[in-house]
Design a protein. Sequence first.
Length: 162
Amino acid sequence: MVRFSTKGRYGLRAMMELALHHPGEPVLMSTIAERQEISRKYLHALLTSLRAAGLVRSVRGAQGGYTLGRPASQIRLREVVEALEGPLALTDCVFDSTVCNRAPGCKARKLWSDLSRTLRGHLEAMSLQDLIGDERVGTGQAAGCPASLPSADLAGHTPASD
C-alpha cells in the first residue's frame, strides 16, 4: 500500500487550518493543535519544516502565531507534501538510479517514474485554496475532517438544500 506518512497528512491539515483564517491573521500553534488533534510537539516540528520551505511564517509577540507564507491560491499541494515528505517518488530509483544496479535497463522503473510524475502533477495542479474552497473559520468544524463536509443522501440532497 502506498501512503503518505502523518507528516504529510497532518501538515496538510495544519496548512488548511491556516488557510481558513483571515489572510495575515496569526493563528496560535495551540489553536491549530487543538482543532486538528495534533500534539503540540509534533505540530512544532511540522511547522518548522513548512517555515523552512517558505510556506508558513511565524509572527512573534502577544498577537503572534503562524500565518501562510503566501496566499492559499499560490501554494501548490505538491509544495506542502514535498516540504514534509521529501521528493515524491514511488520508489527510490525514480530519483536516484544509483540505488539499484538494475535501474538502467529496468522496465518497471519507467512505470514507477510515470506514476510518480502523475502524482506530482496532480498535486501541482491543486492549490491550497482549491482544497478548502470557499470555507472560512467560524463553521465550528476543523479543517480536513470528514465532519466538515456536508452530508448527502443517495439522491444528492444535503441538509442545506432541503
